[in-house]
Design a protein around this ligand. Structure first.
Ligand SMILES: CC(C)(COP(=O)(O)OP(=O)(O)OC[C@H]1O[C@@H](n2cnc3c(N)ncnc32)[C@H](O)[C@@H]1OP(=O)(O)O)[C@@H](O)C(=O)NCCC(=O)NCCS
Length: 164
């Protein structure tokens, strides 16, 4: 499917197991470069550590995972848990940030949530994505701390949007 006016020339498609390596590269590079606006090097290390291609196999099998492509290159992806309405991931290749690609992915996740009859879509957003979600009509709750299995912590913010 082709994305709406949000991002010119961007195609959104479902991910397959063949995308695992690309998704991993996108997520790690987005955290390492775009995360710098709000997090320290230590926090970025904590957030990006241990992310490997195998991390995406279960979501691809069980959730809605969409990939944004421009000129056949994967430039972003998003993961929606269709049982809970939770956005588990949304990442854009740093060189392609602020070109509407995140919006095109989010619009597709929202369409999928509506198709599933979900009343609400929500996310534990990074602090650097808060303005992105607000601009898409989400409401933010109080900031809090997310603790990784390693015990390391980073700040995050719950965001949610009601679906009509
Ligand atoms: C958050 C993210 C997915 C946004 O993707 P994107 O393709 O750059 O977003 P868009 O171009 O669609 O942005 C749409 C609007 O959101 C807002 N926005 C996006 N990024 C922003 C930023 N860094 N600062 C302020 N506002 C921002 C702007 O209003 C923007 O519209 P504009 O560019 O016309 O001003 C991307 O920055 C990213 O991968 N960030 C790092 C990873 C992350 O934190 N992901 C979320 C995990 S929950």
């Amino acid at each position: 499917m082709t994305a709406g006016p949000a991002a010119e020339g961007v195609r959104i498609r479902r991910a397959t197991a063949a995308d695992c390596h690309s998704l991993c590269k996108i997520q790690v590079s987005a955290i390492r470069e775009l995360g710098r606006s709000h997090y320290s090097d230590t926090e970025i290390d904590a957030w990006s550590r241990g992310i490997g291609p195998e991390h995406y196999e279960k979501p691809i099998a069980e959730c809605c995972v969409v990939v944004a492509e421009r000129d056949s290159q994967a430039v972003g992806f998003g993961i929606l848990n269709t049982a809970t309405g939770s956005i588990a991931a949304l990442y854009v290749v740093p060189e392609f940030a602020r070109q509407g690609i995140g919006t095109a992915i989010l619009e597709e996740l929202i369409r999928e949530a509506r198709r599933c009859g979900l009343p609400r879509i929500h996310c534990e957003s990074s602090l650097c994505a808060e303005d992105f979600y607000i601009s898409a009509g989400f409401e933010a709750g109080p900031r809090h701390v997310h603790r990784f299995r390693s015990g390391e912590e980073i700040g995050c913010v719950p965001v949610a949007k009601k679906l009509d």
